[in-house]
Design a protein around this ligand. Sequence first.
Ligand code: SF4
Ligand code: SF4
Length: 466
Amino acid sequence: MALADNDTVTTIGEGGKRVWLYPKWLRGRMLTRRTVVHWVLLVLLLIGPWIDIGGHPATRIDIPGRRMYFWGATLMATDGAYMLFAAGIIVFSVFFFTALFGRAWCGWSCPQTVFIESLIRPFERLIEGDASARRKLDAGPWTRSKVIKKAIKYAFYLVVAGTIGTTFTAYFLGRGGVIEAQLDPLSHPGGTAVFVGITAALLFDFAYFREQTCLVVCPYGRFQSVLLDADSLAVGYDERRGEPRGKANNPAAGDCVDCKACVRVCPTGIDIRKGNQMECVQCMACIDACDDIMVKLQREPGLIRLDSQRRFAKEDERGFAKRALRPRVIAYGLGLIAVLSILVVAIGVRQPVGLDLHRMSGTPPYAAMGDRRIQNSLELRIQNRRGEARSFTVELVDEDGTELLVPGGELVVEGETTRQFPVFVLRPAALGGGDVLLRVRDDQGFSDEIAIEFLAGSREAGGGQQ
Ligand code: SF4
Ligand code: SF4
């Protein structure tokens, strides 16, 4: 049984064979806007590890150092809660913006689309020519000129893939580490493996896989159907205005002249006139193509446009702002505001110093001393979350016969590091156990108290282990 038109994937032909696409390039207002967005994102993505902000790389995930730098903010391993909220913001943003703007992410921000549409295809066009020239070149014999063109093209793909692979690896190893790894691959075997893996995967994507990544690999295309509704914005064809299709001089025909310009520019090879499809990445190239035709025919642009299904069907004529106020958008929006607010408050009340007091590992919980006192051996962990070094002092809040010994006296912790210091609390055995409260201050106005239970064993026993 033959499949309906919409049940087939354009890039899969007879017997499952790949159909290679040659999308036409057409200048237009959507292309200009999208190219600007793509280049801003490309620059942000690629410069992060190579520039410094506040003495640190703008973006780096320093796994051995257990910290992450993100455009001036430093998150340490103990800041996992912030990362959880940041992940929550990403999830709610995807829900919220997809419900409002459909797959804007796919066509405008996804790295796959950014690389292919703003780096790979423009270079391919530059070397091999427009869509028909490329088709002819691929179908033709392997001449000297074809070999040279293909060699230049693939060499460029390799350079782009290698540059992205290098930058991605630098996100983890830092720029010094990644250069070291490239000069001596065995000095960072993990980093080298990541670099080779990313470069190879990107080269495969640029040279062969392309739109198949969106069609058969990326889960988001499938996931979107549950996030969209009939009021979400999506690229669509105004069937009421366009049908029946016919020649421009046919007064009985609609506005679509069936020129197929919208199909020729589509990077996933679909015909948007068949309705909303999973393959549409909302790049809006078909809007530019159709507007161009409409302008030439002196008809109103917008036969293909970004609009809601309900407005295309003329079931709801309200504007975007009014349609935005619907339960799903309000629920996602409230979720987004909630996690954002929690994150902002949490960062606002974040102390510059983190303290933790625990028993020293490898020592007994308490020890009876010769002078009828009990000693607890503790470790004070100080995390300095600011960039500059701080000097700390520790004292007992209530002396009541208790004595505190801090070897070295002053405790110095370098910026954005965590250090552990041994501290010893001694108490007359007669006082027994109970809470001990320590006050920790630094030379920059920080002061906080931290408590731990003093263990003394049984008073009758007169102490504990010796
Ligand atoms: S149908 Fe239009 S918006 Fe969708 S992928 Fe094709 S050209 Fe882009
Ligand atoms: S570009 Fe416009 S007029 Fe041409 S086929 Fe597509 S929808 Fe019809």
